[in-house]
Design a protein around this ligand. Structure first.
Ligand code: G
Ligand code: G
Ligand code: MN
Ligand code: NA
Length: 249
């Protein structure tokens, strides 16, 4: 059993770090954003992927301090790049539904932005459909505030949840990220990807393809009106130092 104190110790010992996966404009191929992804450099287990600890961190409430650390880390990184004259690009953070349950989440986000001196428009929150389920009311209220502040909002893993379409009515989001399950077999199996792109465009939402691995997928997406893409074809998630080179280039 992984105890909360072990997580806390790991955070204090700086065992968590972020990698950033580039998000590219399908038309120009240029980097127009980043997604921050957490990793845990465990002293005996090696690098632990978020899939192995985020759910547990949510269950025991550790996602609150951990999520705050991620936000602070991303803002500090962007500030650092700005100060070095490196062109800043919008960076998305995966926000867990549990983080919305704290009474002062909105204030905390505002405080961190003020403290570090980063504009909200550089920030994007990705919320999964499954996270939205059953937590709707407090999340809707907070998302409205974040949206008004100028933070970009997207639905992650779009198409894999149970009531995708209902969420589009409830939440005023800016973008949909098509889950890579719908990208994997492109262009052979294209019906659902096509429908999601068409839906997003009709709603005037930005649409992002996740998990793009082949140039055939890229070509189909470009042709089909998808705006943005992310995936191993362009780049895996990289440490900040590597991202810096890409942003300078
Ligand atoms: O990087 P990787 O593909 O292993 O990430 C797996 C999943 O872990 C991502 O899809 C994302 O939803 C989740 N994840 C990564 N970083 C964070 C984070 O900082 N906070 C939360 N809540 N989830 C994250
Ligand atoms: O759950 P979320 O959508 O945040 O997923 C991000 C995860 O997807 C990261 O852990 C990253 O490692 C993974 N990922 C990113 N690009 C690709 C890709 O092209 N193929 C596959 N299989 N996984 C990818
Ligand atoms: Mn994501
Ligand atoms: Na996803």
């Amino acid at each position: 059993l992984l105890l909360k104190s072990q997580f806390e110790q790991a955070l204090a010992d700086r065992q968590f770090y972020l990698e950033y996966q580039p998000r590219v404009d399908l038309e120009s191929g240029g980097i127009i954003g980043l997604e921050a992804l957490i990793r845990w450099k465990h002293p005996t287990e090696g690098i632990v992927a978020p899939g192995e600890f985020i759910t547990l961190a949510e269950e025991i409430g550790f996602i609150i301090p951990l999520g705050e650390w991620v936000l602070r880390e991303v803002c500090s990184q962007m500030k650092h790049w700005q100060e070095q004259g490196i062109p800043a690009v919008r960076t998305s953070i995966n926000v867990s539904a549990k983080q919305f349950n704290q009474a002062s989440f909105v204030d905390k986000v505002q405080d961190i932005l003020n403290e570090i001196g980063i504009g909200p428009s550089l920030l994007e929150f990705e919320i999964t459909e499954s996270a939205l389920m059953g937590h709707a009311k407090p999340i809707i209220d907070d998302l409205k505030v974040f949206k008004d502040m100028g933070i970009f909002l997207s639905i992650d893993d779009f198409g894999t949840g149970y009531s995708s379409l209902q969420y589009l009515k409830l939440f005023d989001v800016d973008a949909l990220k098509i889950d890579r399950a719908f990208i994997k077999d492109l262009p052979r199996d294209k019906l659902l990807a096509k429908m999601i792109i068409s839906l997003a465009r009709k709603l005037r939402l930005q649409v992002i393809a996740e998990g793009v691995e082949t140039s055939a997928q890229h070509a189909w997406l470009l042709n089909s009106g998808c705006h943005e893409a992310q995936g191993f074809l362009y780049s895996k998630a990289l440490p900040a130092s590597d991202i810096e080179y890409l942003l300078k280039a």
